[in-house]
Each structure stands twice: as C-alpha cells, then as structure tokens.
Write a protein that binds this ligand. Structure first.
Ligand code: TXA
Ligand code: MG
Length: 317
C-alpha cells in the first residue's frame, strides 16, 4: 500500500533538506520541538494551513502558533512592545508563546481572522535547522488528532495522523514534553492564556503577578477546551486506585507506569504524554476500564501537568 504511510525523515542533512521541500511544496510535516511534535505547514500558504485543520479534524479554525528561528523574524510578524521584549530575552528560544498584534504577514487562516498572532522561537536544534533551511514562518499546532493526547515522539505522530501527514522528521523524544506556556503581554500587564512548559513562578519572577485568563469554555485557546488531551480509556485522578486499574505513579509508589519515580516534576512533564499513550495501549491490551493517576503537587510544572490531566479526565459528553 503506497501512500498509506508518511515519509520518515532522519535528523541529518538529507532529512532537513527534504523537510524544507515538503513545506515549500505546501505539504504537512511532523516536526519535533522541545515541547511536543508540531504539525507544520508554510504559514504564508493558506491552502497548506487549511490542510492542518483537515488533518487534525479540528472542529473549528482555532488560531495556530507560528514558529520562527530568531527575533528578527518575530519582528516581521508582530509588534513587540517593551513587555514582550523582556519576556523574549528571558525565555526564547524556548517553551513560551507570545500573543501579540499581528502585522498581517501570514495567511489569515493562521490566526482565524484575529488581529493578534501567536509566535514562538523553539529551542529544539532540529526545529531550528528545519526553520533555517525553509527560511519562512511555520504554522504548527500539536501533531495529534483534535482532542487526543499530544505527541512527544515521532511514532506518536505516525500512529495518530498516518498518511494525513506527508513526512515526519524524527528528532527523538521531546525534552520538555508539555506544550508552550502562552502569554498575552500588553500595556496593562501580562495575561496567562495557557499553563505550559515554563512554570508560572519563573515568569512571575520576571514580570510580577500574571492575570489568569484560563476560563474554561471561553476557548480563546483550544488547549482550554474542557475535554482535551483525552486517553481512550477513562482517566481518574487521585484518590485510591481500584483493582484492575492501570496505575500511573508519581514518586515512590507501586504503579504500572511512572511519571517520575523520584518525584521530579520536570521529568514528569517530559514523560506525561508518552506515559498516557503507553497507559492507553496497556489498558487496551489488558482490558482495564480505568487509568488511575497518582496525585501531582500543584506547584511549578505540576500546575500544567494537572491542567492537562484534568482536561483528559473530564467526563465525555
Ligand atoms: O508547544 C506548543 O505550543 C506546540 C508546539 C508545536 O509549538 N503547539 C501547540 O499548538 O500546542 P496548539 O495549536 O495545540 O495550541 C495553540 C494555542 C491554542 O490554544 C490557540 O488558541 C492559541 O495557541 N493561540 C494561537 N493564536 C492565538 C491568538 N491570536 N490569541 C489567543 N490564543 C491563540
Ligand atoms: Mg494541541
């Protein structure tokens, strides 16, 4: 069966060159970043961007994050105010996305017609090489079907999207493992739109208290949809596990899979989506009806981990 699988590319010169070609031809590329794998397309090509929504099966044209290799590229896309400038200096390249006034340099569909654009400079060396080779802005949501667990390995992208993605370039497992923290800086302060790979405390140390804007249901960010990141088998948070549960542990507890045996939140974040994929597969194999997750402390990256777990466990409509 030709065409039923995406083309798998390696982390080498030929792979990077081919990845850039796929983007130039209006194709979809599975692209590793330090947070999660992205489903990448040329942000200036409206048709390529439309294919992202089609491939993910997104119910709506939610706005996408645009990835660029450096700050001069950011300035071609958005207005960087003073507040944004200091955030950029502190946290880029890295797991932070800034929502800023758009200069209209990308396809309208990228920002769903909003006057603002979400931008990020990823730190992953392979993402940087592909961005350099391609030479333009890349729109990329997480490379999972809408509502499912985000991919932190090339194999997750292939399993979730199959031939809907033209090629996947394999950069190994993602180091951070959680999507970027999304901030909207303005003259009146910085709003937090999504908890993510950079802990709130770290950002507040630089800019002072963040205004929360995480209201569920208001869907400014699809990461804010109430049921998101879902496993196929229901996920149960905290309390006592029941007999027959697949148990996901944290710290030195008995478990089938562990987020971090030593109770390290950074390790837990990096492993979260992989462990959710594995728990789902294990439940399918053993016929388990529930996946039980141990309590995770609500500090640092624990906040973003709990945010993802709560959404994944929200009862299905
Ligand atoms: O780490 C990440 O952020 C990953 C990697 C691939 O970079 N990307 C990611 O994209 O998580 P996605 O599409 O799953 O989430 C993008 C988030 C959405 O929640 C979206 O609503 C928000 O960014 N967003 C994009 N543009 C926005 C805008 N103009 N205003 C408010 N939120 C925006
Ligand atoms: Mg996503």
């Amino acid at each position: 069966m030709p065409l039923s699988h995406p083309e798998m590319l390696q982390d080498d010169c030929a792979g990077v060159a081919r990845a850039a070609d796929v983007l130039r031809n209006g194709g979809l590329l599975g692209l590793p970043t330090e947070t999660v794998y992205g489903l990448a397309a040329d942000a200036r090509n409206g048709q390529a961007v439309a294919r992202i929504f089609e491939a993910k099966g997104r119910p709506k044209f939610n706005p996408l994050i645009v990835h660029v290799p450096s700050l001069d590229h950011v300035e071609e896309l958005v207005e960087l105010g003073a507040g944004a400038q200091s955030l950029a200096e502190a946290f880029w390249p890295g797991a932070m996305t800034l929502v800023l006034p758009s200069k209209g340099a990308v396809a309208d569909l990228v920002s769903g017609g909003l006057p603002t654009l979400a931008v990020r400079i990823p730190a992953h060396p392979l993402a940087q090489r592909v961005l350099q080779a391609f030479g333009g802005p890349i729109a990329a949501p997480s490379a999972n079907p809408s509502g499912q667990v985000s991919p932190t390995q090339a194999a997750h992208v292939a399993a979730g999207l199959g031939a809907k993605v033209d090629a996947i370039i394999d950069g190994g497992p993602c180091g951070v493992g959680l999507e970027s923290t999304i901030l909207a800086p303005s003259n009146s302060g910085v709003r937090l739109l999504r908890e993510g790979g950079i802990a709130r405390e770290e950002i507040e140390r630089l800019v002072g208290p963040l205004a929360d804007d995480l209201t569920p249901g208001r869907v400014e960010a699809p990461g804010q949809m109430e049921r998101h990141y879902a496993t196929n088998v229901p996920l149960v948070l905290g309390g006592e596990p029941q007999d027959g549960d697949i148990r996901i542990g944290f710290g030195p507890v008995a478990a089938d899979l562990t987020l971090s045996e030593s109770g390290d939140l950074v390790e837990a974040a990096a492993r979260l989506f992989s462990v959710m994929h594995e728990a789902d597969a294990l439940a399918r194999k053993t016929g388990a009806k529930r996946i039980h997750v141990a309590d995770i402390p609500e500090v640092g990256l624990g906040r973003a981990i709990n945010d993802r777990l709560r959404r994944a466990s929200h009862p299905q409509a």
